[in-house]
Design a protein around this ligand. Structure first.
Ligand code: FES
Length: 109
């Protein structure tokens, strides 16, 4: 029989501690995050699958590749647009908002 203390899991590899939780806000909604989760993982965990709209047509987008290649998961984090939710670690107290288009309405002409 294998000693359970020697088993490894993805959670062990990333150093996640599911018992360590904190909250962040997404479009004003309070969500629970676990240590080691990306923002995309927190959103998925809450059943949120789309958090961006495309520049042309406003089509909904969320995580697609999950590895930082497709840029479909762009989100605004603490006022900074164009953050890849699949790569950005969730931090306690983060304010995450849906990103519309380029996320830079202040630069619109
Ligand atoms: S899901 Fe593809 S870059 Fe984040």
């Amino acid at each position: 029989m294998t000693d359970p203390s020697h088993r490894r899991s993805p959670r062990d590899l990333v150093g996640g501690r599911p018992d360590a939780t904190y909250t962040l806000r997404f479009d004003g909604r309070e969500l629970t995050a676990h240590a080691g989760q990306s923002i995309a993982a927190v959103l998925w965990g809450a059943g949120i699958l789309a958090w961006r709209t495309t520049r042309q047509g406003g089509a909904p987008r969320g995580a697609f590749c999950g590895i930082g290649s497709c840029y479909d998961c762009l989100v605004t984090v603490n006022g900074r647009p164009n953050q890849r939710a699949c790569l950005v670690p969730a931090r306690p107290g983060d304010a995450v908002t849906t990103q519309e288009g380029t996320g830079r309405a202040d630069l619109a002409v």
